[in-house]
Design a binder for this molecule. Structure first.
Ligand code: ATR
Length: 480
């Protein structure tokens, strides 16, 4: 079940939130502690206002909620709310047997026996879940992983406590995978947010339902993802998931925030992942865990695609192909014979190699000269510092921007500020957020042909998709 958390201040507002998310959710949790005082007294009316099962929750401040009332007052609100037809009531696992519990049992309302840990994962997580289950209740553990290793612990819970009714939630930014793969954690539901501006870790209901199809993930579903740090800005899930869906492939692709690449490989083995994309800062670190690498990875020294092959992981690099794809015709026709590549980081390595491989004469400009020199030496090309950029005005057919300068939110920066384009250049910025960077704006004013980071992103993603699935990326995809 995908369960929408309701944090409105009135019952009407919450009922409206359910209506606008209705297509994506199976249940809702009424957070009575978010309601106005008057509305709290009317909470019993809520189940009749909506057409899905509702969890009744009045969360105490010590558990991350807003209810600062005495236990007696809190019980009285819960008792009055239970006059309504709630499907579940949340009772914390340290609360002794009370009239709330008795009333819930009498009315056949299922009890969710919850505990929260905002600092980590408690050592006794197994026994606490087990104890709640012994009473015939649904155990709910909302805990806070701080690493990939912690996340793996949450997945292990499902193995150890098979067959027990439970809800497992990894809160915070390290828990996202446990929310999307909730079924793999053995959790009967996942909590979803309603809007787009959500707290770290929360995933909105629409994405859970339509993008990740979280409620359809089974033990047979193939798991793919993207690893990085940071990673949640990645738009790769929007490329791969609709692609899987369009070819009817039972698979999901999700972001994994990674601190330690070795731990991630343990998680990947545990989840029997079939492949993943690699982004900053792991494109080089990942190499030592690969049993095989393609020729491009060997030559570029960086890997952005890892695929499971029998008994090992194999690394590829689709960045170089994604980069070349939009300009390959211009290279083949002779329109592009020379290029100025701005930057000498990981992305530049792949790009310089790709251009040199196609016979383009390259000059690398970088703030730190030694890094430009290193790439130049490997690829037999020229190099210079950024300050000398003006020297190259009017001398090249292609200008490629590969640095992070101009990336959101610094969209008014240009690494070669003041460089004058003649209008004959093709200018290509690999940044995709924003689409129109400062350097591209200036190039457009001069009449240059432009290429955007999103072209490269999509092309490398499509090739990755082929490596993951063995199928071409479908011609038309939908996000519904
Ligand atoms: P990536 O793998 O994305 O290429 P990277 O390896 O960190 O990332 O490289 C970032 C590139 O952006 C480098 O060329 C870097 O220049 P230095 O080698 O001098 O560090 C460049 N870069 C980052 N911030 C910059 C800035 N403020 N001005 C100029 N160049 C910058």
């Amino acid at each position: 079940m995908i369960c929408l958390t309701l944090s409105g201040s009135t019952l009407m507002e919450n009922a409206e939130t359910i209506r606008s998310n209705r297509a994506y959710i199976d249940a809702a949790e009424l957070r009575v502690d978010y309601l106005n005082e008057d509305e709290q007294k009317k909470a019993s009316l809520f189940p009749a206002m909506v057409d899905i099962p509702v969890i009744l929750t009045l969360r105490r401040t010590i558990d991350g909620g807003r209810c600062g009332l005495s236990e007696r007052q809190r019980r009285s609100i819960l008792l009055s709310a239970l006059e309504g037809d709630f499907a579940y009531v949340d009772i914390e696992d340290d609360i002794k047997r009370s009239d709330v519990e008795d009333k819930a049992r009498e009315k056949g309302v299922k009890i969710i026996r919850s505990f929260h840990d905002f600092s980590g994962i408690p050592d006794d997580i197994y026994s606490r879940i087990y104890k709640a289950a012994e009473k015939g209740d649904i155990a709910k553990a909302a805990v806070t992983p701080h690493s990939v290793a912690d996340l793996l612990t949450l997945f292990h819970v499902s193995d150890e406590l098979k067959g027990i009714d439970k809800i497992i939630i990894g809160m915070g930014e390290w828990g996202v995978a446990s929310r999307i793969l909730y079924k793999r954690c053995g959790s009967m539901l996942t909590f979803a947010a309603s809007g787009t501006a959500v707290a770290p870790g929360q995933v909105n209901a629409r994405d859970l339902k339509l993008l990740y199809r979280a409620d359809r993930i089974s033990d047979r579903t193939a798991i793919y993802g993207v690893i990085g740090n940071p990673v949640y800005h990645s738009t790769s899930p929007q490329i791969h998931n609709p692609g899987f869906h369009a070819i009817n492939y039972d698979a999901v692709y999700l972001p994994f925030l990674v601190d330690n690449i070795r731990s991630f490989f343990a998680l990947a083995e545990y989840l029997k992942m079939r492949g993943f994309s690699v982004t900053i800062p792991f494109k080089t670190q990942v190499l030592m865990f690969l049993g095989r690498i393609s020729r491009e990875v060997k030559q570029i020294g960086s890997c952005n695609t890892v695929v499971r092959v029998p008994g090992m992981w194999k690394g590829y690099n689709t960045d170089y192909y994604g980069f070349l794809s939009p300009i390959v015709r211009d290279i083949e026709s002779g329109r592009i014979k020379s290029a100025l590549v701005i930057g000498a980081g990981g992305a530049s390595k792949a790009i310089v190699w790709a251009l040199r491989n196609r016979g383009v004469k390259v000059t690398i400009l970088n703030r730190t000269l030694s890094r430009a020199a290193d790439i130049a030496a490997l690829n037999f090309c020229e190099f210079d510092t950024l300050e000398n950029a003006k020297k190259y005005e009017g001398t090249v057919d292609l200008v490629v921007q590969t640095t992070s300068v101009g990336l959101y939110p610094d969209f008014d920066l240009n690494p070669i500020e003041g460089f004058r384009f003649t209008g004959r250049e093709i200018v290509y910025d690999i940044i995709y957020k924003p689409r129109m960077t400062k350097i591209l704006t200036e190039a457009e004013k001069a009449g240059c042909t432009l290429h955007f980071g999103e072209e490269m992103l999509l092309e490398q993603g499509k090739l990755q998709f082929e490596m993951f699935t063995g199928y071409h990326y479908p011609k038309s995809v939908s996000d519904e």
